[in-house]
Design a protein around this ligand. Structure first.
Ligand code: PAF
Length: 280
C-alpha cells in the first residue's frame, strides 16, 4: 500500500528501516502532475528494486520570479491514485518549510553547465534543481534514481553533480515518452489549448528534421539549425528561445553535427515554454 510521508524525520526513519533490511531502493523525483513519462520511470524502478520511492515537491528554488510556480499543476490525489496503481511504496511530499526552513542558505552551483541552453533563459534554475536533488538523494539514499531524457540538461547537471560529489547512487536516464503525434509529455502541456497542442508539434518536427539531416550525412550545424528554425517559424504561436546542437556531456555547441550529439530546443507556444531534444 502507498505510504504518504511528509516529514523529514519520518522519511529518515523509514529509509533507515529499508536499509537495515537490505532493500534496494529506486527513486523517482517529481514535481507531481504525474503523467505517462513519470510512470515509465516508475515502472522501470519497480522492475529493478525492492522499494520504490517517489517524491512530489514543487521546488520554489528552481522557478524564476516571472515563471509559473503559482500555477504549476498540483494534482496530489490523482497522482497518488496513479502511483498506487503502479505499486509505488512511498510518496515523499514535504512542505516547503520542511525542505527550506528559515535560514536555509546553501547552494549547489553546477558551474559551466548552468549557463548553457535553458540556463541562459532561466538564471538560477539549475542551482535550484541541483540543491533540491542533492537534498532528496541524501534523504532517500536510493541505489538508483530515474530521470527522463526530456529534461536533458537537468539529467546532465545531476549526473555531473553525482560524479563530482562522489554520491553513492546510479543515475538512469530513460527515453522521452511522446503522445501519438510526437509531442513530448510534460506536466506543462496542461497549459496548452487544443490549437496550441497542434502548434507544439513543431518541436518534434524540427528535431526529426535534424535527425534525418544528420542521417543523410549533413554535418553543418548552421544549415541544420536553419532548417529547424524554418519549421518553428512557420508555426503561428511559436517563438524560439534557442535551438542548439551540443555535446551530450559538456553541453558545448558542436559546429560539426555528429551522430551522438544532441539537438535541443526551447520554444514558447503562446505563454507556455516547452523544451525537447533528440539524440542524433
Ligand atoms: O524534473 C523535475 O520534475 C524536477 O526538476 C525535479 C528533478 C523533481 C527537481 O525538482
Amino acid at each position: 500500500m502507498l505510504q504518504v510521508i511528509k516529514l523529514i524525520k519520518d522519511i529518515k526513519q523509514r529509509i533507515r528501516a529499508l536499509k537495515e533490511d537490505r532493500v534496494r531502493i529506486g527513486f523517482v523525483p517529481t514535481m507531481g502532475a504525474v503523467h505517462e513519462g513519470h510512470l515509465s520511470l516508475i515502472r522501470e524502478a519497480r522492475k529493478e528494486n525492492g522499494a520504490v520511492v517517489v517524491s512530489i515537491f514543487v521546488n520554489p528554488l528552481q522557478f524564476g520570479k516571472n515563471e509559473d510556480f503559482d500555477r504549476y499543476p498540483r494534482t496530489f490525489d490523482n497522482d497518488c491514485n496513479l502511483l498506487s496503481q503502479e505499486g509505488v511504496d512511498i510518496v515523499f511530499k514535504p512542505d516547503t518549510s520542511e525542505m527550506f526552513p528559515d535560514g536555509f542558505c546553501t547552494s549547489v552551483v553546477p558551474a559551466r553547465l548552468e549557463d548553457k541552453l535553458c540556463g541562459k533563459f532561466r538564471p538560477g534554475h539549475f542551482r535550484g534543481v541541483a540543491v533540491i536533488v542533492l537534498k532528496l538523494l541524501n534523504l532517500i539514499k536510493p541505489d538508483i534514481a530515474y530521470l527522463g531524457q526530456k529534461d536533458f540538461q537537468q539529467a546532465v547537471v545531476i549526473k555531473r553533480m553525482v560524479s563530482d560529489l562522489h554520491l553513492d547512487v546510479a543515475i538512469k536516464v530513460l527515453p522521452t515518452i511522446r503522445d501519438r503525434n510526437g509531442l513530448a509529455l510534460s506536466s506543462r502541456n496542461a497549459y496548452l489549448s487544443e490549437t496550441e497542442k497542434k502548434d507544439a508539434l513543431c518541436l518534434y518536427q524540427a528535431l526529426t528534421k535534424a535527425h534525418s539531416m544528420v542521417n543523410a550525412g549533413i554535418q553543418n550545424t548552421e544549415s541544420i539549425v536553419r532548417e529547424m528554425e524554418k519549421i518553428i517559424n512557420t508555426t503561428k504561436s511559436a517563438v524560439i528561445d534557442y535551438i542548439s546542437i551540443v555535446s551530450p556531456e559538456t553541453l558545448e555547441e558542436e559546429p560539426i553535427a555528429r551522430s551522438g550529439n544532441v539537438a535541443a530546443l526551447a520554444v514558447r507556444i503562446g505563454k507556455t515554454r516547452l523544451i525537447d531534444n533528440m539524440i542524433l
